[in-house]
Design a protein around this ligand. Structure first.
Ligand SMILES: NC(=O)c1ccc[n+]([C@@H]2O[C@H](COP(=O)([O-])OP(=O)(O)OC[C@H]3O[C@@H](n4cnc5c(N)ncnc54)[C@H](OP(=O)(O)O)[C@@H]3O)[C@@H](O)[C@H]2O)c1
Length: 260
Protein backbone atom coordinates (compact mmCIF):
# COMPACT_ATOMS: atom_id res chain seq x y z
CA UNK A 1 0.00 0.00 0.00
CA UNK A 2 1.28 3.48 -0.84
CA UNK A 3 1.71 5.73 2.18
CA UNK A 4 -0.02 9.10 2.30
CA UNK A 5 3.35 10.91 2.50
CA UNK A 6 5.34 8.62 0.19
CA UNK A 7 8.49 10.29 -1.22
CA UNK A 8 7.96 13.37 0.93
CA UNK A 9 10.47 14.92 3.31
CA UNK A 10 9.03 16.37 6.52
CA UNK A 11 10.71 18.50 9.17
CA UNK A 12 9.00 18.40 12.56
CA UNK A 13 10.24 20.91 15.12
CA UNK A 14 10.19 19.63 18.67
CA UNK A 15 9.96 16.04 17.41
CA UNK A 16 11.74 14.49 20.37
CA UNK A 17 8.76 14.22 22.74
CA UNK A 18 5.02 14.49 23.16
CA UNK A 19 2.90 15.56 20.21
CA UNK A 20 5.95 16.12 17.97
CA UNK A 21 7.15 12.57 18.51
CA UNK A 22 3.74 11.17 17.53
CA UNK A 23 3.75 13.32 14.39
CA UNK A 24 7.22 12.03 13.43
CA UNK A 25 6.14 8.42 13.89
CA UNK A 26 2.85 8.75 11.99
CA UNK A 27 4.53 10.64 9.11
CA UNK A 28 7.28 8.00 8.86
CA UNK A 29 4.67 5.22 8.88
CA UNK A 30 3.06 6.96 5.89
CA UNK A 31 6.30 6.96 3.94
CA UNK A 32 7.88 10.33 4.73
CA UNK A 33 11.56 10.80 5.48
CA UNK A 34 11.46 12.67 8.76
CA UNK A 35 13.78 15.24 10.30
CA UNK A 36 13.29 15.01 14.06
CA UNK A 37 14.27 18.41 15.44
CA UNK A 38 15.07 18.89 19.12
CA UNK A 39 16.78 21.58 21.13
CA UNK A 40 18.32 19.89 24.19
CA UNK A 41 17.13 16.31 24.45
CA UNK A 42 19.36 14.45 21.98
CA UNK A 43 18.75 11.06 23.62
CA UNK A 44 14.97 11.33 23.22
CA UNK A 45 15.32 12.50 19.62
CA UNK A 46 17.61 9.54 18.84
CA UNK A 47 15.04 7.29 20.47
CA UNK A 48 12.41 8.54 18.01
CA UNK A 49 14.80 7.94 15.11
CA UNK A 50 15.52 4.41 16.38
CA UNK A 51 11.78 3.64 16.71
CA UNK A 52 11.20 4.81 13.14
CA UNK A 53 14.16 2.98 11.59
CA UNK A 54 13.27 -0.23 13.46
CA UNK A 55 9.98 -0.22 11.55
CA UNK A 56 11.80 0.34 8.25
CA UNK A 57 11.26 4.10 8.07
CA UNK A 58 13.73 6.91 7.41
CA UNK A 59 14.58 9.57 9.98
CA UNK A 60 17.39 11.72 11.27
CA UNK A 61 17.67 13.85 14.43
CA UNK A 62 18.88 17.42 13.97
CA UNK A 63 19.48 19.87 16.79
CA UNK A 64 18.41 23.51 16.53
CA UNK A 65 16.94 26.11 18.82
CA UNK A 66 14.03 27.41 16.75
CA UNK A 67 14.33 30.77 18.51
CA UNK A 68 17.70 31.30 16.81
CA UNK A 69 17.60 32.18 13.13
CA UNK A 70 21.18 31.02 12.48
CA UNK A 71 20.60 27.76 14.33
CA UNK A 72 17.50 27.05 12.19
CA UNK A 73 19.35 27.95 8.99
CA UNK A 74 22.16 25.49 9.82
CA UNK A 75 19.63 22.73 10.55
CA UNK A 76 17.75 23.35 7.30
CA UNK A 77 21.01 23.38 5.30
CA UNK A 78 21.97 20.02 6.85
CA UNK A 79 18.51 18.59 6.14
CA UNK A 80 18.57 19.70 2.51
CA UNK A 81 22.09 18.31 2.09
CA UNK A 82 20.85 14.94 3.30
CA UNK A 83 17.38 14.75 1.72
CA UNK A 84 17.50 17.24 -1.17
CA UNK A 85 14.41 19.27 -0.22
CA UNK A 86 11.76 19.76 2.45
CA UNK A 87 8.13 19.24 1.39
CA UNK A 88 6.39 19.46 4.77
CA UNK A 89 7.11 21.72 7.74
CA UNK A 90 5.39 21.07 11.05
CA UNK A 91 5.97 23.97 13.41
CA UNK A 92 5.34 22.02 16.60
CA UNK A 93 8.08 23.15 19.02
CA UNK A 94 6.58 25.16 21.82
CA UNK A 95 6.95 26.03 25.49
CA UNK A 96 4.62 27.16 28.23
CA UNK A 97 5.25 29.71 30.98
CA UNK A 98 2.54 30.54 33.46
CA UNK A 99 1.30 34.01 34.34
CA UNK A 100 -1.40 36.62 34.02
CA UNK A 101 -1.25 39.68 31.80
CA UNK A 102 -0.18 41.73 34.80
CA UNK A 103 2.24 39.43 36.58
CA UNK A 104 4.07 37.63 33.73
CA UNK A 105 7.79 38.24 33.95
CA UNK A 106 9.58 40.02 31.14
CA UNK A 107 11.98 37.08 30.78
CA UNK A 108 9.15 34.55 30.43
CA UNK A 109 7.29 36.72 27.96
CA UNK A 110 10.42 37.23 25.82
CA UNK A 111 11.10 33.48 25.83
CA UNK A 112 7.53 32.59 24.88
CA UNK A 113 7.53 35.02 21.98
CA UNK A 114 10.99 33.84 20.84
CA UNK A 115 10.17 30.13 20.78
CA UNK A 116 6.42 30.00 20.07
CA UNK A 117 6.19 32.82 17.53
CA UNK A 118 9.61 33.83 16.22
CA UNK A 119 10.57 30.13 16.08
CA UNK A 120 7.84 29.50 13.49
CA UNK A 121 8.86 32.53 11.46
CA UNK A 122 12.52 31.42 11.52
CA UNK A 123 11.54 27.98 10.18
CA UNK A 124 9.26 29.41 7.51
CA UNK A 125 11.95 31.85 6.36
CA UNK A 126 14.52 29.07 6.05
CA UNK A 127 12.28 26.46 4.38
CA UNK A 128 9.69 28.30 2.27
CA UNK A 129 12.09 29.59 -0.43
CA UNK A 130 12.75 25.96 -1.45
CA UNK A 131 9.01 25.24 -1.44
CA UNK A 132 8.37 28.26 -3.67
CA UNK A 133 11.03 27.06 -6.10
CA UNK A 134 9.36 23.66 -6.36
CA UNK A 135 5.83 25.12 -6.18
CA UNK A 136 4.95 22.59 -3.50
CA UNK A 137 4.73 22.79 0.27
CA UNK A 138 2.59 21.96 3.28
CA UNK A 139 2.96 23.86 6.54
CA UNK A 140 1.14 22.83 9.72
CA UNK A 141 1.43 25.09 12.77
CA UNK A 142 0.60 23.99 16.32
CA UNK A 143 -1.56 26.59 18.06
CA UNK A 144 -3.81 25.71 21.02
CA UNK A 145 -7.42 26.06 22.17
CA UNK A 146 -5.87 28.56 24.61
CA UNK A 147 -5.90 30.93 21.62
CA UNK A 148 -9.66 30.50 21.20
CA UNK A 149 -10.43 32.17 24.53
CA UNK A 150 -10.79 29.00 26.58
CA UNK A 151 -9.83 30.17 30.04
CA UNK A 152 -7.14 28.22 31.86
CA UNK A 153 -6.07 30.37 34.76
CA UNK A 154 -2.56 31.78 34.52
CA UNK A 155 -1.91 30.96 30.88
CA UNK A 156 -2.37 34.42 29.37
CA UNK A 157 1.12 34.94 27.90
CA UNK A 158 1.07 31.44 26.37
CA UNK A 159 -2.43 32.03 24.95
CA UNK A 160 -1.25 35.28 23.37
CA UNK A 161 1.56 33.49 21.53
CA UNK A 162 -0.82 30.77 20.34
CA UNK A 163 -3.21 33.44 19.02
CA UNK A 164 -0.26 34.91 17.12
CA UNK A 165 0.27 31.46 15.56
CA UNK A 166 -3.25 31.61 14.10
CA UNK A 167 -2.59 35.06 12.68
CA UNK A 168 0.75 33.88 11.22
CA UNK A 169 -0.99 30.85 9.69
CA UNK A 170 -3.60 32.94 7.90
CA UNK A 171 -1.04 35.51 6.73
CA UNK A 172 1.37 32.87 5.42
CA UNK A 173 -1.49 31.09 3.64
CA UNK A 174 -2.42 34.40 1.99
CA UNK A 175 1.18 35.19 1.02
CA UNK A 176 2.02 31.70 -0.29
CA UNK A 177 -1.20 30.39 -1.83
CA UNK A 178 -0.19 31.41 -5.36
CA UNK A 179 3.03 29.41 -4.92
CA UNK A 180 1.16 26.16 -4.31
CA UNK A 181 1.79 26.11 -0.56
CA UNK A 182 -0.91 25.18 1.96
CA UNK A 183 -0.68 26.60 5.48
CA UNK A 184 -3.01 25.46 8.26
CA UNK A 185 -3.06 25.36 12.04
CA UNK A 186 -4.22 22.85 14.63
CA UNK A 187 -5.65 23.95 17.97
CA UNK A 188 -5.33 20.92 20.25
CA UNK A 189 -7.20 20.57 23.48
CA UNK A 190 -5.52 19.05 26.51
CA UNK A 191 -2.97 16.32 25.72
CA UNK A 192 -0.97 14.70 28.51
CA UNK A 193 2.69 15.42 27.69
CA UNK A 194 5.73 16.61 29.63
CA UNK A 195 4.66 20.19 28.86
CA UNK A 196 1.85 19.96 31.42
CA UNK A 197 3.92 18.16 34.01
CA UNK A 198 1.19 16.01 35.56
CA UNK A 199 2.21 13.07 37.73
CA UNK A 200 0.29 9.95 38.73
CA UNK A 201 -0.37 11.43 42.18
CA UNK A 202 -4.01 11.54 43.32
CA UNK A 203 -4.21 15.32 43.05
CA UNK A 204 -3.08 15.23 39.42
CA UNK A 205 -5.41 12.31 38.69
CA UNK A 206 -8.31 14.41 39.97
CA UNK A 207 -7.23 17.21 37.64
CA UNK A 208 -7.04 14.77 34.70
CA UNK A 209 -10.55 13.48 35.50
CA UNK A 210 -11.88 17.02 35.66
CA UNK A 211 -10.21 17.87 32.33
CA UNK A 212 -11.67 14.73 30.73
CA UNK A 213 -15.17 15.77 31.76
CA UNK A 214 -14.70 19.15 30.07
CA UNK A 215 -14.71 17.49 26.63
CA UNK A 216 -17.89 16.25 24.97
CA UNK A 217 -16.06 13.00 24.22
CA UNK A 218 -15.31 12.66 27.93
CA UNK A 219 -11.57 12.09 27.66
CA UNK A 220 -8.36 14.03 27.21
CA UNK A 221 -6.55 13.89 23.88
CA UNK A 222 -3.64 11.68 22.92
CA UNK A 223 -0.60 12.76 20.95
CA UNK A 224 -1.80 10.38 18.21
CA UNK A 225 -5.12 12.30 17.98
CA UNK A 226 -3.17 15.41 17.07
CA UNK A 227 -0.71 13.57 14.81
CA UNK A 228 -3.58 12.14 12.74
CA UNK A 229 -4.93 15.65 12.15
CA UNK A 230 -1.43 16.85 11.19
CA UNK A 231 -1.13 13.92 8.77
CA UNK A 232 -4.33 14.92 7.01
CA UNK A 233 -3.29 18.57 6.70
CA UNK A 234 0.20 17.57 5.47
CA UNK A 235 -1.17 15.18 2.84
CA UNK A 236 -2.46 15.89 -0.65
CA UNK A 237 -5.92 14.91 0.58
CA UNK A 238 -6.01 18.41 2.09
CA UNK A 239 -4.87 20.00 -1.18
CA UNK A 240 -7.74 22.51 -1.33
CA UNK A 241 -7.56 23.44 2.36
CA UNK A 242 -5.52 26.44 3.43
CA UNK A 243 -5.67 29.22 6.07
CA UNK A 244 -7.79 26.97 8.30
CA UNK A 245 -7.69 26.26 12.01
CA UNK A 246 -8.61 22.68 12.89
CA UNK A 247 -9.65 22.21 16.50
CA UNK A 248 -8.88 18.74 17.89
CA UNK A 249 -10.19 18.88 21.45
CA UNK A 250 -12.90 16.24 21.89
CA UNK A 251 -15.52 18.98 21.65
CA UNK A 252 -14.27 20.92 24.65
CA UNK A 253 -14.25 24.42 23.19
CA UNK A 254 -17.70 24.12 21.65
CA UNK A 255 -19.08 22.56 24.82
CA UNK A 256 -17.80 25.48 26.90
CA UNK A 257 -19.29 27.96 24.50
CA UNK A 258 -22.74 26.38 24.55
CA UNK A 259 -23.04 25.13 28.11
CA UNK A 260 -24.81 27.13 30.79
N1 LIG B 1 0.12 19.21 25.43
C1 LIG B 1 -0.97 19.92 25.23
O1 LIG B 1 -2.00 19.76 25.93
C2 LIG B 1 -1.02 20.96 24.14
C3 LIG B 1 -2.25 21.60 23.90
C4 LIG B 1 -2.32 22.56 22.92
C5 LIG B 1 -1.22 22.86 22.15
N2 LIG B 1 -0.02 22.23 22.38
C6 LIG B 1 1.12 22.60 21.54
O2 LIG B 1 1.64 21.44 20.91
C7 LIG B 1 3.06 21.57 20.72
C8 LIG B 1 3.77 20.38 21.34
O3 LIG B 1 3.47 20.33 22.73
P1 LIG B 1 3.86 19.10 23.68
O4 LIG B 1 2.84 19.08 24.76
O5 LIG B 1 4.12 17.90 22.87
O6 LIG B 1 5.22 19.67 24.31
P2 LIG B 1 6.44 18.91 25.07
O7 LIG B 1 6.05 17.53 25.42
O8 LIG B 1 6.87 19.84 26.15
O9 LIG B 1 7.56 18.83 23.93
C9 LIG B 1 8.10 20.05 23.44
C10 LIG B 1 9.01 19.77 22.28
O10 LIG B 1 9.46 21.03 21.76
C11 LIG B 1 10.87 21.05 21.74
N3 LIG B 1 11.36 22.40 21.97
C12 LIG B 1 11.13 23.22 23.03
N4 LIG B 1 11.77 24.39 22.85
C13 LIG B 1 12.41 24.30 21.65
C14 LIG B 1 13.25 25.17 20.91
N5 LIG B 1 13.58 26.39 21.39
N6 LIG B 1 13.75 24.75 19.74
C15 LIG B 1 13.45 23.51 19.24
N7 LIG B 1 12.65 22.65 19.90
C16 LIG B 1 12.14 23.04 21.09
C17 LIG B 1 11.32 20.06 22.82
O11 LIG B 1 12.66 19.61 22.52
P3 LIG B 1 13.62 18.96 23.67
O12 LIG B 1 13.10 17.57 23.88
O13 LIG B 1 14.98 18.96 23.07
O14 LIG B 1 13.48 19.82 24.88
C18 LIG B 1 10.25 18.98 22.65
O15 LIG B 1 10.57 18.14 21.55
C19 LIG B 1 3.44 22.91 21.38
O16 LIG B 1 3.51 23.91 20.39
C20 LIG B 1 2.29 23.18 22.33
O17 LIG B 1 2.13 24.55 22.60
C21 LIG B 1 0.10 21.29 23.37
Amino acid sequence: MVGRLENKVALVTGGSRGIGRAICEVFAREGASVIVNFTSNAAKAEDVVAAITRRGGQAVALQADVASKSSVQSMVAAAIKQFGAIDVLVNNAGIIRWGTALNMSEADFDQLISVNVKGMVNCAQAIVPGMIERRYGKIVNLSSIAALATAVVNSTPYAMTKAAVISLTKRLAFELGADGINVNAITPGFVRTEMLNLSDEDSDRARLDALSKKAVLNRIGTAADIANAALFLASDEAGFITAQVLTVDGGRTDFLTHSA
